[in-house]
Design a protein around this ligand. Structure first.
Ligand code: UT7
Length: 331
């Protein structure tokens, strides 16, 4: 019997309409377009402004877009995974709500939280379920409303993050397409450099924590940058080596969109030319769990059946890794 692989068979996406440009940020904090552009590559980001709308609002839209494109009923989906660092509620599963709202009545659902690597890890989880033969249609959604945890008076973080959602469907493939290999890593040493201090089990919410702004993202940018550059480049080079891929065998690099300089360093290390690197950080900033699926959403038309794609991500925790995937369709 042929080995079953897990392929991406459809992509969906959603970004909010509201655009927060560098120019507008200049009026909010002590920063400027030139600094943001040269240090990060970001020009603008999207912000979800709808009242009472959380991450699920965007996840549902991305999922509905995907279902419509793939032409299947939500009731056919076996499992819905929502990769997110900003769930609607701290405890109740956002994925369960999303699954119910889209009509995935035969699915079970849960969230996966690994900061900016959530979607990458989610791809691995989805693929394992498919390869084992246990499930046939797995929906993985990467969605984050980063604006809900950002302090818009802190110039070191508010210029970086944005809101958005992307979704992919994994299905079995018998042509050997889909996920080929993965190399996933983590290291708890990183938790001091990128975190939210309060609202968890160590430091529950109190008047004090609110006053001290401890419910917002804190990042020691320089340290995270150093780890991100070396680790993302290392795992991407390693997965190429392990699969005997030269730079000419790689059609696309799909890197987490945290900083254009980190992306460039990863591409350089792999020897991959700039025109093979998928980039939309200029338009969305860092959307955390949504960066990778939003790349697929934006560049779907350019991806061809059989193309070799290397995904790479790095995030809080620390968490990081890379995935080698063969694209399964022409759109
Ligand atoms: O997605 C999860 C993983 N996250 C990442 O991968 C992010 C990694 N880190 C980074 O991308 C970068 O470290 C940042 C973009 C966050 C910061 O860039 P940097 O080149 O590391 O800047 P820096 O923190 O070393 O700051 C350089 C200078 C400082 O001024 P002095 O001390 O040299 O006078 C900062 O105060 O730039 C200043 N600065 C700013 N200036 C204008 C910091 N933020 C800003 C700002 N506008 N927004």
């Amino acid at each position: 019997m042929k080995k079953k692989t897990a392929a991406i068979t459809a992509v969906g996406g959603y970004v909010p309409d509201f655009v927060l440009s560098n120019k507008v940020l200049e009026t909010m904090v002590d920063t400027n377009d030139e600094w943001i552009t040269t240090r990060t590559g970001i020009k603008e980001r999207r912000i979800l402004k709808e009242e009472n709308a959380g991450t699920s609002f965007m996840a549902i839209k991305a999922a509905e877009d995907l279902l419509q494109k793939r032409g299947i009923e939500a009731s056919e989906i076996d499992f819905v995974l929502v990769a997110t660092a900003t769930p609607d509620l701290p405890v109740a599963s956002t994925a369960a709500y999303v699954a119910s709202e889209i009509g995935a009545v035969n699915a079970f659902a849960y969230d996966l939280q690994a900061a900016c690597s959530s979607f990458l890890y989610g791809m691995s989880t989805a693929a394992s379920y498919i390869e084992s033969g246990r499930y046939k249609k797995v929906l993985v959604i990467g969605a984050d409303k980063m604006s809900s945890i950002i302090d818009y008076t802190d110039r070191t973080t508010c210029i970086i993050f944005g809101d958005g959602a992307g979704a992919v469907l994994f299905e079995p493939n018998e042509e050997g397409l889909g996920l080929q290999d993965e190399y996933l890593r983590s290291d708890g040493i990183g938790r001091q450099f990128l975190k939210i201090d309060a609202g968890g089990s160590i430091l529950p919410a109190s008047e004090e924590t609110v006053k001290n702004k401890q419910h917002f993202v804190y990042q020691d940018g320089k340290s995270v940058f150093k780890f991100a550059v070396s680790n993302m480049a290392d795992v991407s080079a390693l997965i190429m080596e392990r699969n005997n891929l030269t730079k000419d065998d790689v059609q696309w690099l799909a890197p987490h969109q945290a900083n254009k300089r980190i992306i460039d360093a990863t591409a350089n290390r792999m020897g991959v030319e700039a025109d093979k690197v998928l980039i939309n950080i200029d338009r969305y900033g860092n959307t955390t769990s949504a960066t990778l699926p939003l790349l697929l959403y934006d560049f779907e038309k350019q991806l061809k059946k059989g193309d070799n794609i290397i995904f790479a991500a790095f995030g809080g925790g620390f968490t990081w890794g890379s995935i080698y995937l063969k694209w399964a369709y022409n759109s």
